[in-house]
Design a protein around this ligand. Structure first.
Ligand code: GLA
Length: 477
């Protein structure tokens, strides 16, 4: 069996053609007047199917992108306990703080968290873990960051930064570089920023493999490769509507609605609702029913379009304070209405689509590749429809891209959290892919003034599955 440990590639040969890495090395030296000791690379991701199901405990199917976060790192030459952070993009301001005084600032409503807060989440997650095992020596370090994952686009730029910080800290503090452990710690440490993501982004960041997507299960995290049909080409198109899930309460509201739906179903089926947090846990561990039976239970028990806070408190026999503590998050504590039926139905039907998608890819052989791509496309279309109608996390720009894709004849869906960001589409050959990209350019980007200032291949591109996180000591030629 393959090791779950991340291998440190010592003396990795880098040639001058790897411009980004060479520039990062030079930037590091210029800023810190010392050489970088090692480098860390963590990819962004695109989720093919299985959206908004990970925090309910159901599997997802993402793959890693070639866009990534690159770090150049050295231990602090003064042996101090300061973390120094510099970003190659000047719009991201430099930052420093002591290892003992990590303070993660939650964003004010409507604003984005400062970029360094994501890095601090990863550092804090690892330090808290080490701390539980005893005291540790304080080691400061110098970090220069180069990122080319489009921000606020649903391609996991923030999680890649969290994961890169976690990997750096784990390496510097001699923690075993176990990928599953790093993915799990990175997922929980991103919660420090206030959003309660489900762990998909961090899992694929560490467990991705070149050439295949991954079927990722949770609790515990594990990944099984998904072989994609050889002719399948996935395209990512950025709607250019920015969506940062930490800037609004939309994301956490969905997490909360899924949690309340779980507890309500548990109550209606006479299970201990206090202890059950996730729909997946209720379905597989507590009720032990198939996904389809669980869907029928949701339809039977969650009948109303809207549940109010007052009626839920009365059903659960709890007061406001307990309701807020057990069900809500700080940024959703004022919410008064919840769409439990719609959210739970999306989750369970999306979980069924994921199983179907996996089955199609597992069973696709050369003779029926076309049919496999058709079935995968159909599942992606239905996934999007559900995200738009039941989960209400689309955006008018995404809808326009989906409409163009439909008219062109490819299956497409929003990817990532939604409310903006990107779509992912499935084409059946390089030729179709090229024609599709040209159509998007003509029918969407050409009509958008802001697209004129952007490089087209950064906002609309074909993508192939890449490897997960890497750590290496570079030898430059
Ligand atoms: C964000 C979260 C993930 C997942 C997706 C939606 O990317 O970080 O955990 O919930 O949204 O599928």
């Amino acid at each position: 069996m393959e090791s779950d440990d991340l291998f440190v590639n010592v003396n990795k040969h880098i040639d001058a053609a790897d411009e980004r890495l060479v520039q990062l090395r030079d930037f590091f030296f210029k800023e810190f007047s010392t050489k970088a000791e090692f480098f860390v690379k963590v990819p962004g991701r695109v989720n093919l199917i299985g959206e908004h199901v990970d925090y309910s405990g159901f599997p997802v199917c993402p793959m890693a992108l070639s866009q990534n976060i690159l770090l150049a790192v050295a231990t602090s030459p003064n042996n101090d306990d300061i973390i120094h952070l510099k970003n190659m993009q000047s719009k991201y301001k430099s930052f420093k703080c002591s290892i003992d005084h990590i303070k993660i600032e939650l964003p004010k409503p409507g604003t984005y968290p400062g970029w360094h807060n994501y890095f601090l989440c990863g550092v804090k997650g690892i330090l808290d873990y080490i701390h539980k095992m005893g005291d540790y020596p304080r080691k400061g370090f110098l970090v220069a960051v180069s990122g080319n994952i489009p921000p606020a686009a649903g391609l996991s730029s923030s999680s890649a930064l969290v994961c890169s910080a976690a990997l750096t800290t784990a390496f510097l503090y001699d923690l075993p570089l176990n990928k599953t452990l790093l993915a799990t710690l990175s997922a929980s440490s991103e919660h420090y920023i206030g959003t309660q993501g489900g762990g998909m982004d961090q899992a694929i960041a560490f467990l991705a493999k070149k050439g295949c997507a991954q079927y990722i299960e949770f609790n515990p995290v594990r990944a099984t490769p998904i072989q994609l049909p050889p002719d399948a080409v996935f395209v990512i198109a950025n709607s250019l509507a920015e969506a940062n899930k930490a800037a609004t309460s939309d994301f956490n509201k969905r997490v909360v609605e899924c949690r309340i739906a779980t507890k309500l179903l548990a109550k209606f089926t006479d299970r201990p609702w206090q202890d059950i947090e996730k729909l997946g846990q209720l379905q597989s561990e507590v009720l032990d029913v198939e996904l389809e039976e669980f869907e029928a239970l949701i339809k039977k028990h969650l009948t109303k379009d809207v549940y109010t806070k007052d009626e839920l408190m009365s059903i659960f026999h709890i007061h406001e304070k307990e309701f807020e503590e057990k069900m809500l998050t700080p940024n959703t504590k004022d919410e008064k209405e919840f769409k439990l039926k719609q959210r739970a139905l999306h989750v369970i039907q999306e979980a069924i689509r994921v199983e179907h998608f996996r089955h199609v890819t597992d069973n696709a052989d050369d003779d029926d590749e076309e049919d496999a791509i058709d079935q995968m496309s159909e599942l992606m279309k239905r996934s999007h429809k559900s995200l738009r109608n039941l989960y209400e996390c689309s955006h008018e720009n995404l809808e326009e891209l989906i409409k163009i894709s439909k008219e062109f004849g490819v299956g497409a869906r929003l990817t990532g959290a939604g409310w903006g960001g990107c779509i992912v589409a499935l084409t059946d050959s390089i030729t179709t892919c090229d024609r599709y990209i040209a159509t998007l350019n003509e029918c969407y980007y050409d009509l958008m003034p802001q697209a004129k200032h952007l490089e087209f291949d950064q906002i609309c591109f074909a993508t192939e599955p890449q490897n997960g996180a890497e750590i290496f000591i570079a030898e430059f030629s």
